[in-house]
Design a protein around this ligand. Sequence first.
Ligand code: EPZ
Length: 417
Amino acid sequence: MDKYLIDGGGPLSGEITVARAKNAVLPLLAAAVMAEGSVALHKCPPIADVSNMLNILRTLNCRVTHSKDLDIVIDAGEADGEEIPADLARELRSSIFLLGPILGRFKRARAAYPGGCDIGFRPIDLHLKGLRDLNVKITEEYGGIVCDGRDMRGAEILLEIPSVGATENLMMAAALALGSSVIRNAAKEPEILDLQRLLNAMGGRVSGAGTSTIKIEGVAKLSGAEYTPMPDRIEAGTFMLACAIAGGKITLHEANCEHLFPLTAKLRDSGVKVICGENSLTVIGEGRPLSCAAMETQPYPGFPTDLQAPFLSLQAVSDGVCVIRENLFETRFKHVPELVKMGADITVRDRTAVVRGVRSLRGAQVAAHELRGGAALTIAAIAARGATVLDGVRHIERGYYRFEERLSALGVRITRI
Ligand code: EPZ
């Protein structure tokens, strides 16, 4: 039952509510380790990445519950672990941002190097450089690192690259370090502002999230709090692109138009109508071929790398030739050979894809190997002529909550087989 059978063609119609953001929930869960009381997070989707993170918190002796109505409660009062378990960290590379919270709370931490994955090398040099700036002593041992944060103190940190994970890791470490810290060239993704809000609700003193300069006043301890994470802009963008490629009209409730502007601007340039409401967004896709739009991924507020693959599927059936450039990760075109099996005309050189739009794609037997490439193949299958069998649904379910149910609600003929 790890496959989708998708019968392509036909416009989408209907409305759904956007789930809460995977890439906000994960750092918020990490921050909960620092609380000497309970942290409650509402509306958290039970997707695989969230479950993996909860398992890691359990190994740190946190008491964790995830209720049917999507409330997560973490009680880190008795937490005492120092190590991010290597086997679980391999499943969830972004768990490296647990180093900061563990160091903040326990002043010592151990982790294996997370290693590369299907989208790139995933180095952690910026995380380690920033922790050293905070006077954390880091020694390397067989395949891993040992951090001693007993003399941790505030510092001025400059990130070479506005890394999302490094920004989050260092915000959390500095929140419980003695003195003031500044992170310059910080990532500006909306998920960073969510983390600032929770840290401040816990008694932290953080400001500037959403800009490239974040200030943190260290405090002695952090207490419990409750918070509802932001809507998932990448999930919402994926549904927008499904409507753009298949045609039709859908409404996404609880979508944040501001967060989605980088994609909205691109879609409007291509001829797709996007109507922003107070707390919703409506997409009207004419279903006719759009003009191929060149695009380069950039840190927020540029075009998000997580929507590059779904956007590439739309370009594959647009008019003309365009170039897509992936600036964030080394190998984020691994799913392209599967699109070519469906009739796409795309050539990839290093981080650049040249797309020659075709009239339509055809159903085929294809396989997903990672999360966003899997979402891209799903979108391509929705618009393709004929049936597609898509293997590797487990990769898609890492980041999309009840994906086939919600696509079905929008009129997609999709079943799990
Ligand atoms: C976060 O990953 C997201 N994951 C990713 O989403 C997203 O693609 C990425 O940010 C960029 O927006 C979560 O939030 C859980 P980065 P992260 O550090 O923090 C380089 C998805 O599909 N870099 O901002 O790992 C790195 O190699 C996932 O939901 C270093 O060189 O991304 C990359 O080229 C995939 N050294 C660039 O920075 C470092 O120490 C951006 O990576 C850290 C990063």
